[in-house]
Design a protein around this ligand. Structure first.
Ligand code: SF4
Ligand code: SF4
Length: 400
């Protein structure tokens, strides 16, 4: 077989594998949602079925070499250097994965994850157990990141997606102002270009630009999108989120200047969707626009029931925004279901049942909340079916 044909055959096999991976996720979410909905209908109270929690965001480090104005994670070890010794180890992380087989999806975050010398061990452990992996990076240690990411790509099984996001918060002057790192824009752009080349080699690799919007940069966002598109970046590869306040995660409650002009942001994003077909044609943006219009609309957040957040010292929270510690996994054998029965976790769920939280729109949490109910899954399936049937005006990406 000629080299090009064998390469194409390898890509086809890989895409088939990824389709099977997506179907496997669908099956698992459907099973978990059915079990939990049946328990609720049978009067199971505020406690979830053993199918939950099913999704966790795990911060593997708070080390960070950036100086962002909207996030104080980089100050963590300047204030308390001894805390760095208490960060989770890869062995503990493997034990966590093995103790919680009900977990359907796990995502890692930081800090700057590449500031950990052993970060690949976390991703390889996930890949071996059938989890997808992801990373958002500030790109500052560009050469080291390229070396590590390149080595990782050749070691991953290729059976599960790897998402890779490069943070860019605006045109050069704005990015440097927001991130406090001279030279950071050029490094991020170089890393993105390199990652795009890898995307052509590895069918399981998905690369995008990720922008965090604050009062300091949101008005420039349309010009930034124009610039990216002019450089050849497909609009669907430009992602964004609004900076969130968080005392325990971002440590930014004092310094953060969030976007408060909701109507202006709404109009700005809607116009970008019009101008650049493909931009924001996904569940996140659609739902985010709905949340900007009315925070109480849309999906009921299931933080503390179906999903949660773990910091680098194994403290567990319902999410990255609410400063409500529910327990520590080192103290309960890394068993999430046991921790989910703690008085703090039960009290939190009762409060959420009485008064749903609408404080934020957080992609992981709202998206996961939707997958965690049969009604939500039915909505996703309906959207997918319309897309497959080519329903006009519905080219959004609603993949698992
Ligand atoms: S936003 Fe990311 S790069 Fe910036 S300080 Fe926080 S963790 Fe570091
Ligand atoms: S709406 Fe936001 S702040 Fe409230 S529980 Fe969900 S993720 Fe946390």
């Amino acid at each position: 077989m000629p080299a090009s044909s064998s390469h194409e055959a390898a890509i086809r096999r890989s895409l088939d594998t990824l389709a099977r991976d997506g179907l496997r996720l669908w099956r698992r979410w459907l099973g978990a949602a059915l079990r939990n909905d049946l328990r609720r209908c049978a009067g199971g109270g505020a406690d979830p079925s053993p199918a939950f929690p099913a999704h966790f965001l795990v911060s593997v480090t708070y080390r960070c070499d950036s100086r962002c104005t909207h996030c104080g994670i980089w100050t963590t070890y300047r204030k308390e250097p001894e805390r760095a010794q208490r960060e989770m180890t890869p062995a503990e992380f493997e034990r966590f994965l093995d103790t919680n087989p009900q977990l359907i999806q796990v995502a890692t975050t930081g800090g700057e994850q590449f500031n950990r010398d052993d970060v690949e061990e976390f991703w390889l452990a996930m890949d071996r157990r059938g989890h997808r992996t992801s990373c958002a990076t500030n790109a500052l240690e560009t050469d080291r990141i390229i070396e590590r990411e390149g080595a990782l790509l050749s070691r991953l099984s290729g059976r599960h997606l790897r998402n890779f996001a490069v943070s860019l918060d605006g045109l050069e002057a704005t990015h440097v102002l927001v991130r406090g790192t001279p030279g950071g824009f050029a490094r991020a752009w170089r890393l993105f270009q390199w990652a795009r080349e890898q995307e052509r080699r590895y069918p399981f690799y998905r690369v995008e630009i990720s922008s965090t919007l604050t009062a300091a940069n949101y008005r420039e966002f349309p010009a930034f999108v124009e610039w990216l598109v002019a450089q050849g970046v497909p609009p669907h590869k430009i992602g964004f989120m609004s900076a969130l306040p968080s005392a325990h995660y971002y440590q930014n409650e004092k310094g953060l200047q969030p976007v408060t002009a909701r109507d202006e942001l709404l109009a700005l994003v809607a116009e970008l969707q019009q101008t650049h077909p493909g931009f924001g044609r996904n569940y996140y943006t659609e739902s985010y626009l709905g949340w900007l219009r009315d925070p109480a609309s849309g999906v009921r957040c299931l933080a503390g029931t179906a999903l949660g957040y773990i910091d680098p010292y194994w403290d567990v929270y319902p999410c990255i925004v609410l400063d409500r510690k529910l327990g520590n996994l080192r103290e309960c054998g890394f068993d999430l279901r046991r921790l989910w029965q703690s008085p703090a976790a039960r009290a939190f769920r009762s409060e959420m049942a009485a008064k749903p939280c609408t404080l934020c729109f957080n992609e992981c949490n709202r998206w996961t909340s939707m997958r965690a109910t049969t009604g939500g899954l039915a909505r996703i399936a309906w959207r997918q079916a319309r897309k497959l049937l080519g329903a006009p005006g519905d080219a959004r990406r609603w993949r698992m």
